[in-house]
Design a protein around this ligand. Sequence first.
Ligand SMILES: Cc1ncc(COP(=O)(O)O)c(C=O)c1O
Length: 379
Amino acid sequence: MSADHLAPVYAQWALDVVGAEGVHLLTRDGRRILDLYGGHAVAALGYSHPRWLAALEQQARTLLFQSNAVPLDVRARAATRLARFAGLGLDTVFFVNSGAEANENALKLALRITGRRKVVAIEGSFHGRTAAAGAVTWGAAQKWYGFPQAPFDVEFLPRGDLEAVARVVDDGVAAVIAEPVQGVAGAVDLGQPFLAALRARCSETGALLILDEVQSGMGRTGYPFAATMHGIAPDMLTTAKALGAGFPCAALLMADHVSAHLKTDDLGTTFGGGPLACALIEAVVDIIESEGLLANVRRLAQRIRETCVIGPVVATQGAGFLTGLRTRRPAKDVQRELLERNILTGTSGDPHVVRILAPYVLDESHVDQLRDALASLPA
Ligand SMILES: Cc1ncc(COP(=O)(O)O)c(C=O)c1O
């Protein structure tokens, strides 16, 4: 047992955070750290955004919780607002609690609707740690998947391999699941041609296309979803992380031809779609739209691409504020050195990529601070 009674399953950064303000973390020893990582892509509005706080307080005072058996205006408003924000013709929303749970439900639906037994995923993918989400996560069999067997057959496609798409996605495949911009892999944009080929092949074979936008969604790429950016309409889309901008929640969005198969008791959850989560989902969409944050992300991501290939950084990759800085030296060393200069970034599955998952409310001065810090590091 550890002294703090916590399961010893997370590597711990050398960071003693006692609070946060705007885009800064405050440490016990009085440092203000520019947070370009946002708690793994969650803190999309930074910290203590006044309208986020007001929505939380107002909903907590009005109605703290009721189950999905009780129809609530706030839940219907959140679903409507989210479907409109996505603008992908995915007009039915099932609210859940986490990214893995959203993927678990999407996969379950695809297997049930098609009556097929196989799912195709993409090399480098990360979809979560539960049984089905783990089964479609690249390398999971060797890492945390840990169950004696996968709940269905899985085959992985190499990224960008159009020939493999045509060969592997056949009429025995229930679903193809892909992150349009892979997160854990190191901000890897799968690209429009590959995603379009997946879309076309799924339509030809009757497989359902599931886009996992748990990390890439809700404005992170500078578009509502990466699917919007690439002009790809999936059959289902999952999202979480920035969805509540700090309030834990997730959603599965479905096209009408998917939701047409649903009947009472097919899916369920206790906490998913709770009034607090829904009030914050509504507020997050409202804040992103009314404060012009998509344009801000696009503009500042462009500034990162133009100015931050400097010091140890040799290139950038990804999209918007799901950006990877490709480093000549090991990314974990660059991450540590940036933290010594009061900038928090992340690493990824690629040992030479520093991951930027910044809050959408960043401004130019913060990008310039990153540029100056990188310039001060050994190449
Ligand atoms: C693309 C993607 N899918 C799924 C998940 C799992 O989400 P959660 O940790 O909320 O279950 C993550 C988490 O990092 C993710 O990045």
